[in-house]
Design a protein around this ligand. Sequence first.
Ligand code: WT7
Length: 657
Amino acid sequence: MSADHEIENLSHENRHFAPSETFARNAIAQVDLYAEAKADRLGFWAKQANNLHWHKPFTQTLDWTNPPFAKWFADGKLNISYNCLDRHVEVGNGDRTAIFFEGEPGDSRELTYAELTREVKKAANALTALGIKPGDRVAIYMPMIPEAIIAMQAVARIGAVHSVIFGGFSAESLSSRIEDADAKLVITADGGYRKGKASALKPAVDEALSAGKCASVKNVLVVRRTNQDVAWVEGRDVEWSEAVGNASDEHEAQAFDAEHPLFILYTSGTTGKPKGILHTSGGYLTQAAYTHKNVFDLHAETDVYWCTADVGWITGHSYVAYGPLANGASQVIYEGTPDTPDWGRWWSIIEKYGVSIFYTAPTAIRTFMKLGSQIPEQHNLKSIRVLGSVGEPINPEAWMWYREHIGGGQAPIVDTWWQTETGAIMVSPLPGITTLKPGSAQVPLPGVSAEVLDDEGNILGRGHAGLLVLTEPWPSMLRGIWGDPERFKETYWSKFEGKYFAGDGAKWDEEGDLWLLGRVDDVMNISGHRLSTAEIESALVSHPFVAEAAVVGAKDETTGQAIVAFVILRQNQIEAAGSDSDVSKILRDHVAKEIGPIAKPRTIIVVAELPKTRSGKIMRRLLRDVAEDRPIGDVTTLADTSVMQSISGKLAGGAND
Ligand code: WT7
């Protein structure tokens, strides 16, 4: 958490932006939403759930008799994919565009709701033909192309459970996730386009499945995107174009229980082993749809929505693959990176498709801010009417730049706080109601109950920083950690009896707006991506050169936090390897291979010793002081108080980038 004086400065923000009268009048969410939810929270959620189609209506809203294991709408039955697709076609919206796909090389493709429904039905039939049954796990490792969404929807349609693994994760990460979930099928592509070239994916799948690993996998279904050469395992590998291409387009969606599992998504915790966050069906879709509509003020007939998140993250699940489709929205999907062929790419896409709602991460906004407003100024961004931010706190300066240069000085910005675990947005302004305040995520949404507590669990009022908790269950809450109910209880529900501990520091300001102050645990946030210090430490010590490692997240102007690793080397190993090359480069590449390029430390600092307490616990707080170039804090609890002197001397002598 930031130092006290910084929190003070942060949460005294005098700039306020009320919605325009026209915006407020035409907004989807009107102010009585808060009153309604307050008067009858469960009734409110039941009403939101009834915006979905239930094959069998539910009679019970919440079963919280066995906390922390919640059941929402438990006696109801529905089909997720029917709700996202067929029902829009049935009411006559089949010709509405569901997806405007923009490939990085400049190719594009449009899919109407009727076409997308047809593709998903074919894919569902193909999956069934491959032996996938309700409850089976399917791993998805794909670029951002329409088939990624088709695959997710098809898996959901037949009641199977997907585990999407971000395409930037390594073969190693992929195989441990496949094994943890015992996936039967992997859906992948030859590759995708990134940064102006074809980047391969299939080889990582082949490696993940090699040498007897991932024995649960029977088939690999391969989409051809780049047409690069790929190795082929006969009998295991299946062409998407054949299996899906030749499948029947008739498929009637079956109803599944509201609590039927929908997906697992792995995210970093405080240990070396990622957690498989489990989400189920009815409650998840209810809140994804409700928040997508109200937070972004979605007018489905006229808006063009674009969320830049990859489907490998929760944002790409709730606000690309599910929420927008449940609401019948038209959305843009972009395959590539924002700098290709040049830094104007995103703005040219907004101009081309007339994007009216745009949702991205603060790290991207800060990057654009640095590059200068002359880039977006070359494009017509007049279509923009709502902007969203997610993944980390957005600093007021970036907020102002976003509103001014992307939002034409008027678009409301919704800063949305939530987590992989919460499944959907929890704290956010409502654009037609809330008077906006740059830098604050503002207030819990109608239906959501949050508090800030001190360490003893006392509720803190305005003006005090503490720990953010959610005090009531919510429909899209995680239902557990795959295969580890104890870790689920321990991580989220043990710190404060009966309350969900989010792991974030927070503070209500004097006006009752919430400020998020970053993680209070050993989880880092790099460009809005979550990584654990322990995970990177264990990757580092798996290299023969490393005896010990300690990783911290240091403040970084662009990425929010950056990974800084302190390592103790095994000199004899380095000498034995005859390696005179750059040890730091070797270790950074090793981490990229173990976890993925996003986990590469920015800086590796070689030290002789690490600061430890007498009980042997590494004092990361002190290492953060070094990494952020601050005076070193209190060292009196160290076993050896001289260690810090030698470390900071080391840094002055030779940090590397
Ligand atoms: C962590 C969750 C939610 C989807 C993307 C990240 C941080 C997220 C905000 C925000 C301040 C935020 C928190 C949270 N975070 N949104 N608007 N303001 N912090 O999902 O990988 O599960 O990470 O991201 O620290 O705990 P995630």
